[in-house]
Structure formats: C-alpha cells, structure tokens
Design a protein around this ligand. Sequence first.
Ligand code: MGD
Ligand code: MGD
Ligand code: MO
Length: 670
Amino acid sequence: MTKNLHRSVCPYDCPDTCGLLVEVEAGRAIRVTGDPQHPMTRGLLCPKMLNYERTVHSPRRLTTPLLRTGVKGSGQFEAISWDEAIERICNRWQGLIAEHGAESILPYSYAGTMGLVQRNAGHAFFHKLGASRLERTICSPAKDAGWKALMGETPAIEPAEMGQSDLVILWGINAAATSIHAMVDAQKARRRGARLLVIDTYRTPTADASDEAFLVKPGGDGALALAMMHVMVRDGLADREFIDANVLGFEQFGREILSNCSPEKMADVCGLAVERIEKLAREYAGAQAPFIRLGSGLTRYGNGAMTVRTIACLPAVSGAWRNTGGGILCGTSTGGAYPMPSITREDFMQQPTRLVSMNQLGAALNELSEPPVMSLYVYHSNPAAIAPDQNAVIRGLERENLFTVVHERFLTDTARYADIVLPATSSLEHADLYRCYGGYHTQRCDAVIPAVGDAKSNWEVFSLLARRMGWSEAFFHLKVDELIEILICEENPWRTPDINRRLRQGEPVQMMPPSSPRCDWRTPSGRIEILNVREPEPLPRLLPTHAALDGFPLRLQPATTPQALNSSFYEQDELRQKQACMVLMMNPVDAGNRGLADGQQVRAFNQFGEVLFTVRITERVPAGTVVTEGVWWREFITGERGVNALTSQRLTDGGRGSTLYDVAVEVRAA
Ligand SMILES: Nc1nc2c(c(=O)[nH]1)N[C@H]1C(S)=C(S)[C@@H](COP(=O)(O)OP(=O)(O)OC[C@H]3O[C@@H](n4cnc5c(=O)[nH]c(N)nc54)[C@H](O)[C@@H]3O)O[C@H]1N2
Ligand SMILES: Nc1nc2c(c(=O)[nH]1)N[C@H]1C(S)=C(S)[C@@H](COP(=O)(O)OP(=O)(O)OC[C@H]3O[C@@H](n4cnc5c(=O)[nH]c(N)nc54)[C@H](O)[C@@H]3O)O[C@H]1N2
Ligand SMILES: [Mo]
C-alpha cells in the first residue's frame, strides 16, 4: 500500500463483503476501487461502491446533533452539542423508566453496517438498560428455518463448487444486482459449458444473462419443485440408491404428497406451462452435478420457509449431492467464526426482556401496552422506508408522546420524525471487523479518514450514553480496537494463528470452516429429513401465500435494483437518476385491461395503503405480476408513500420473517 492508498471493507448488507482500496487526499476519500488481492472482489466493484466517496462526502451528510423544532416529519431542526443531546436522551429515558419501566424503550437497528462491532454496538447497552429487545428478522430467517427443517445443522457447501457444476440454477436470486461476484462465477461456469438457468418472477438482468429463464408466480416455487419431483418419481429419474442410503421419509412423501402434484395440477399455482415444468425436471434430473444457488427473494412470503424446504429436497431426490459441484447453497453460515456474545453481552440483562418483531414496528408503536413503547432509538436502519406497512409505521412515528432518537448518516425518512438526530460516521471513518455470508473471507479495517463533521460511530455513542447513565462496567469504556481484539483473540477452529496475524494487519483472509465431508448430514437421524416429525408440518407440501387470499388481482413484487441497496444510496444523485423515478413495471395485457399507457401516473392500492407510480409497460414482467425496484426516500417521489405502504406486517410460516414480497394490489390510472 502506498501512503495514500488504504484498505477498507464494504460495510453494506451484501453476500460479497468486498475489499476496498481507498485513495485519501487531505483527509478526504477521493477514489474507491476494488481490491485486486481480495479473494471475492478480484478488483471488481458494483456500481454503488465504485463511487462510495460520493456517499461519504455527500453534501447531505449529517454533521452535528439536531433537536426537533417543527412538527414531527417536517424535517425542521436546530443544531445542538453532543453534550446536550446525550443529556436530553438520558434524562428523558430516566423519566420514562421511572414512569413506565425500561421496556417502554425500544431499540431499532438492522443492516446499515455489517461490521461486527458497530452493527452490534447497542446490544450491551440496551441489555443493561433493560429495554425491550428487537427481533431482527426482516431479511430472510425463513430461509434458515426451511433449511433446518430438512437439513438440520448441515453446513453449506463451498460456493466455489459452482465452477464444477454442469447445470447452475440461480433460483430467486438477482445475482447481477445483489451479488455480482456470484454472477461472475456463474458466467464462468457457463463459459466452461455449464447451462445457466434462472428462476425468478420477472426478467431481471440476471435472467438476461442466462440460457433460459423460468418466470414463476410470486410464491409459486414450492409448487414448481413439487411438480419437478413428481416427474422425477413418475419417470424413474429419482436416484433410489442415494435416497435409500441418505433420505428419511421419501416413500411417504411420494405417496402422500408428490402423487397429488402432477405438473397439470401445479401449472396454475407456479405459473409455468406443463411442458416447461416437465423439461426443467428432466434437465435437472439428467445433470451430473446440478448446483442450485438459492436467493432470499422467494423466502419473503407466507409460505417462504416451506418453499425453501421443498426446493432443498430436489438434490436429495435427484442424488445431486453425490458429485462435487452438485447440491444447493443458501449462503455460508459464518456466524460461528467469532465469539459474538462477548460483544452483545446478554449477561448484562437482569432478566429476559420483551421481544418485539422488527416486522411489526407499526403494531408495536400503535398498539403495544404494558408498557407502551414510549421511546424508539433507531441506528443504522431506516424503518420509515424499509419496514412493512409504512402507514402504520408512520402513524406510530407521528405520535407526540413518542420520544424518538435516530443515529444516521443522512436525514432519512425515519430521521425526519426524530426528536433528536445524531450524526453517524461512515465505514471509512471507523474501525471494524467484517465476515462474509456468501463466502468464507474476513477482514479487519481501521478508519481511513477522520470523522466528517461531528459524526460519531455507533460504539462511541453507546459508550457516551453508558457514561452518562453512570454505569461502571469497564466494558462500556473499551475502545473499538479493543472490542475487535476481543473477537479476534479467542481461539476458534475457523481461524489459525496465522489467519489472526494477517487479520490484524488488515489483509483480507479466507477462514477455514470446520469442514464436513459430502453426505455427512447433521440431523438427529443422520439423514436428510424429508419426513421431520418435529415440524408442525411433518412433510413438505403446498402452502398458499398470504396475498393469494387477499382478493386483489395483481401480485406486486417489490424487488431490488443494482442502483441502490434497500434504502441506501439514494443520497447519490447519479445513481438515483439512473433509476429516474418510482416505476411500476406491468405486462401489456394487464395495462390493456386497465386502459393504461406507458409513462402514465398510476396508483396501486390494497387493504394497507395506496402508492403512486409511473407505469412502464413491458414484456419483462408476466401478466398478473407487477414489479417495482428499490426502496425510495419520500423526498424523491411523487406521492406521499413508498412501496412499503402496500406491504404487510404478517409473518412467514417459519422464522417469523417479513413477508415483504407477498403482496396483492389493484392498479388504476391516478
Ligand atoms: N444492488 C442491491 N444489492 C443488494 C440489495 C439491494 O437492495 N440492492 N439488498 C441486499 C440484501 S439486504 C439482501 S437480503 C440481498 C438479497 O439478494 P437476493 O437473494 O438476490 O434477493 P432479492 O433481490 O430480494 O430477490 C431475488 C430475486 O428473487 C425474485 N423473487 C421474488 N419473489 C420470488 C418468488 O416467489 N420466486 C422466485 N423464483 N423469485 C422470486 C426477485 O424478483 C429477485 O429478482 O441482496 C443484498 N444486495
Ligand atoms: N419494499 C422493500 N422493503 C425492503 C426490502 C425490499 O427489497 N423491498 N428489503 C428488506 C431487507 S432484505 C432488508 S435487509 C431491510 C434493510 O433495511 P435497513 O437495515 O434499514 O437498511 P437500509 O435501508 O440500507 O438503511 C440503513 C441505514 O443505515 C445508515 N447507516 C449506515 N452506516 C451506519 C452506521 O455506521 N451507523 C449508523 N447509525 N447508521 C448507519 C444508512 O445511512 C441507512 O440510512 O430492508 C427490507 N425492506
Ligand atoms: Mo436483507
């Protein structure tokens, strides 16, 4: 590294966890590039991070604490000092604790930064305070629940095995937008002769790069997988020898479930013609080592966990697990690589406090009692934009008697409702330690520039709050570097002393997950448990989505865009302008039926709310499905509400996840 070139890590919630090279001049980041020596990044960055310096030095950055002066939501504030801000927060909390108890305080945080210290910086504080706890389940817990029901604790296969597969299926993952390095690997496999299939609800850029795309009805993948297995059994394509040795409950599954799941019966549910289901089943069963990379898109439904569990049966039935390159990958679980309880400090809790689902913030703010939520402390999350049922969330945030503190880099939709706003550092301004969930690398980095304005990191703020509360635990006085060292120094099979040495030097390093040989199933029976009597549903079967029962004719898919990450990156004008405006993609048939013309303003509505979009008429979405990409900030949209005014607080069948993609609407001209 030259004097002005520093290593850092991408802090965002993405399976790639890229290595960055940051060029610094006079205390400012002036250029950000991908680290060519990083095992996943290999010099390639996504369009968002390629201009990360525009986020870090954005004129929109918050630089000082703010006190609300106007009505909630108006965005009117005056600058105050950190001392005053901390004093006001702690005073108010002490009053609330005396009157309502500490559970009247609710922290809300998620994935603004994935750094192990900064992301989890508030846990110890709120545990000691005795606050309500947040159940952090907005992303994809249904995926874990579905996997566990079938595979127990079986670890993930090596992502690089995709390169040895002869048939790669990107299933419910928009890799070209959400995990570009997996996309590079998939294309490499394709160039070496593997077929690349995509299964999605609309024609994404990932689908464009495939040999063949299968567009299903939202939430219809379980039906597709069941029909595929029906064909495999019917046509003698199931691998009986593998099944006999490795699978529990296959005969019963075939008899009780698969026999009723012919392609004819499933075609309508999954939205694919019978011939295409048959062809896909034969191609899958005929491949030597088919590799399914399962995304999170299809898990955010009322049947999400069951969908994952059903799809994960495919390699068991076809025997794909026999061969290197074959199987299914949901993500690498690297959670065991560091001793997180040393940071989150559950032991500071005097007794287990109330758990509040982050997917039901609207209900928590408006309906919870004994005690009601009287204060909300939001850090590295933007619930007014990203949480389901935006109308309920905003109604709650508007409550005059709710004391809201938001620690943020920008004046987000949520920060606009705060009583006190605290300015947060960006990842280039604080140290942290990162681990990847799409591979096995890990990296530690230091701050590479000083804090912008008076911004402080998550840990610094909680340390200040703890001091003002008068707490004596040495833990709250530790420096970020010391916390990182606590995580690194504990002995762990994932990290040899040499890995730790290189980590401390800031190098990106591959960890060594405790390996498991192929076909070593970590379930109570030692087999893949298609029959699992510990589950409420002992066998995988067809479950409906929530939206199928809502009575609105179109399925809405609130998808991701390459130009943003959830509600992050809307501060970059150039990226936002590429998205132009909040668009609703609609098939010509649906547009024709409603007399809509391309470019027209439309309103989409359901029982939860109403949202204005600009309609784009396109064959990229099948009839019956409408798609919008991105989670826009309200200041950049035409109407009053973003897409999450149409989503609901209902939970998934397993894992208590969000059902953000399980949405039905009607659309009319505005
Ligand atoms: N550019 C960009 N990158 C991101 C993000 C982002 O917002 N933008 N978000 C980050 C986060 S937090 C996450 S969790 C990951 C998520 O990354 P992915 O795992 O890729 O998940 P999604 O993009 O939510 O959904 C993937 C695809 O599933 C499709 N899909 C939705 N419902 C269904 C269904 O019922 N069946 C099928 N077959 N497909 C369906 C969607 O259309 C989408 O194209 O990406 C991370 N990376
Ligand atoms: N409609 C719809 N809704 C969705 C999704 C979708 O695809 N469609 N995706 C869902 C998914 S998968 C997820 S994971 C969630 C994500 O939801 P969130 O975790 O809320 O993610 P972001 O919208 O990226 O907001 C993160 C915020 O953290 C701030 N931030 C960044 N770094 C720091 C820091 O170090 N300290 C502090 N204090 N703040 C920081 C950023 O400025 C940003 O405003 O959204 C969910 N909501
Ligand atoms: Mo996520």
